[in-house]
Design a protein around this ligand. Structure first.
Ligand SMILES: Cc1cc2nc3c(=O)[nH]c(=O)nc-3n(C[C@H](O)[C@H](O)[C@H](O)COP(=O)(O)OP(=O)(O)OC[C@H]3O[C@@H](n4cnc5c(N)ncnc54)[C@H](O)[C@@H]3O)c2cc1C
Length: 504
């Protein structure tokens, strides 16, 4: 791989893998470093993983702004549903749930005339964020709000629920339209040289070579893991789950405008929403329960779930570096954490964007220091996600099974340790937000939603007066009433499916 500007410019890229990671990486490179010729080699007989449906608001902006994907086309072909946040059936068992909503930041926000930010009032009252999206979630409404004159406006800070396979088919069509070549072959042999990969042998007997290889081969990590033997940094002491059991059922109940994460005996369950059906997945630790036990528990939770259920085994962790010599990995080939906060697709987009920016800024000749910086940043993100997820496991007091006992006793908080330590001593002070390192995926608001929502003990004693509490409750009630004017999910879907509806 070139380390300086005397080396040849990267002109050609081969992406191994045509799941969402490979396609998004190819589209990002093509959209950003426009001179590149990009070819995807993927094996349809090996197939794609078929899961990965909940996303973050960042991912929505990335699709439409960075990749320039037209929203009208996207809605027509992929039929996503909005996701306003994560409802966590989690924490103390004396209440049903708390929300981690998208939208306005409740640590920075403060109602006029009150001395402290919302986070202090949340702590005093023991409730989740009193934000627009949280109220919309609880009243099962869409982010289409009516103003005082009855006009409808959309609050676009939401994320998507998207079906993986439909999304992959859509991205394939866009890739072809944009001049990306798609080949249906299996990479059966990898030749190496001192630059990293020299060429790939394909199942049809031919060989291909390129200036840069993107490994998007999923859990196989065919180039970075298998060929280059880049070490795997395990997160197993922070995240104990290693298996997912997934299924779905036909919808016969109202649509929810959020992802639901439910505490189970040996892990947790996601629930994602689509117009015609609901997807569920039980993520559990095989150290604590067998597949049969997990299957039985999942069916008790959702008797309507239909066979076949699919089993996916995984290891949580990341490769020591995502970019080594002339190979950069994205998606499950680079690392994986369970989807408790739906970070997979965002991490793919962020990684591909960093890679593309390095190519553009170096005129196609990325330097060693650039590559090091990109690796450091992506590693920080992985570690941030690991710590954030660890907070979910360390403090969930809802069930007392052996799995949850071990989580509470032994979970390694890793990079989340300082934030949790600060909160335990100082409460929900926004000062941490100002001082914490920039560039983390989860801001302090996310941590606070979890720490307050799970009632993690803090030595900070609330000094809020009754009068202020009363003013705060009046203010949030006004917001809640405003939200009750929003459209229900069903009303909103009718509106956006009208032929004259246009996304901008
Ligand atoms: C249980 C579970 C739930 C998840 N939920 C979410 C979620 O809610 N939100 C989210 O953002 N992410 C989620 N993810 C992560 C999500 O699946 C991935 O982020 C995303 O789908 C990317 O997958 P991928 O493209 O890396 O891998 P895959 O979809 O597995 O694609 C791998 C590609 O490589 C090809 N390939 C492999 N080997 C070869 C070879 N030798 N030659 C040629 N081609 C090859 C395959 O054919 C395929 O095209 C979840 C993951 C799991 C396991």
């Amino acid at each position: 791989m070139s380390n300086d500007h005397s080396s040849p410019r990267i002109q050609s890229v081969v992406v191994v893998g045509g799941g969402s990671a490979g396609l998004l990486a190819a589209l990002t490179l093509k959209a950003t470093a426009r001179w590149l010729s990009v070819r995807i080699i993927r094996s349809t007989s090996l197939g794609v993983i078929g899961v990965g449906e909940a996303t973050t608001p960042w991912f929505r902006r990335y699709l439409h702004d960075t990749l320039g994907i037209d929203q009208n086309e996207f809605y027509r072909q992929v039929r996503p549903l909005w996701k306003l946040g994560n409802r966590l059936e989690w924490g103390p068992a004396d209440r049903t749930h708390f929300n981690y909503p998208f939208g306005e930041s409740f640590i920075k926000s403060r109602y006029q005339s009150l001395s402290k930010s919302n986070a202090y009032f949340m702590l005093a009252e023991g409730i989740g964020p009193p934000s627009t999206f949280s109220f919309l979630m609880d009243s099962n409404r869409a982010p289409l709000l009516r103003d005082a004159r009855g006009r409808i406006g959309m609050d676009t800070r939401y994320a998507y629920h998207i079906e993986n396979k439909v999304f992959v088919e859509f991205l394939e069509r866009i890739a072809v339209q944009r001049g990306i070549t798609l080949d249906d072959e299996e990479v059966v042999e990898v030749a190496q040289n001192k630059q990293g990969i020299a060429s790939l042998g394909l199942s049809n007997g031919s060989r291909v070579s390129a200036d840069l290889y993107v490994d998007a081969s999923g859990f196989r990590s065919r180039l970075l893991g298998e060929a280059l033997s880049e070490p795997f940094v395990s997160f197993a002491d922070s995240l104990y789950c290693d298996t997912a059991l997934t299924g779905q059922w036909q919808r016969d109940e109202p649509i929810r405008s959020y992802t639901t994460s439910t505490t189970m005996d040996h892990g947790w369950c996601w629930r994602t929403e689509f117009e015609g059906h609901v997807n569920r997945g039980y993520v559990f630790s095989s150290q604590f329960c067998s597949e049969e036990e997990a299957r039985a528990e999942l069916k008790r939770l959702d008797p309507k779930i239909t066979e076949p259920l699919h089993v996916i085994k995984f290891s949580t962790g990341r490769r020591a570096n995502f970019w080594v010599n002339n190979v950069a990995a994205v998606g499950n080939a680079a690392g994986f954490v369970e989807p408790l906060e739906s970070t997979g697709l965002q991490t793919i987009g962020e990684t591909a964007t960093r890679l593309a920016n390095c190519l553009v800024d170096s005129d196609g000749c990325p330097t060693e220091s650039m590559r090091r910086l990109a690796n450091e940043q992506i590693n920080r993100w992985w570690e941030d996600i690991r710590g954030f997820l660890a907070v979910h496991f360390k403090f969930n007091t809802r069930r007392n099974t052996a799995f949850w006992q071990q989580c509470r006793e032994d979970t390694n908080l890793a990079d989340a340790q300082p934030i949790v330590g600060f909160y335990k001593e100082s409460g929900p002070s926004g000062l941490y937000y100002q001082m914490m390192p920039k560039g983390a995926i989860f801001g302090y608001a996310g941590y606070l939603a979890l720490l307050i929502g799970q009632r993690v003990p803090t030595r900070y004693q609330s000094q809020i007066s009754k009068n202020e509490l009363c003013l705060w409750k009046t203010a949030i009630d006004e917001n809640r009433q405003r939200v009750e004017q929003a459209l229900t999910n069903e009303e909103a879907l009718q509106l956006i499916h009208r032929p004259d509806w246009r996304w901008h």
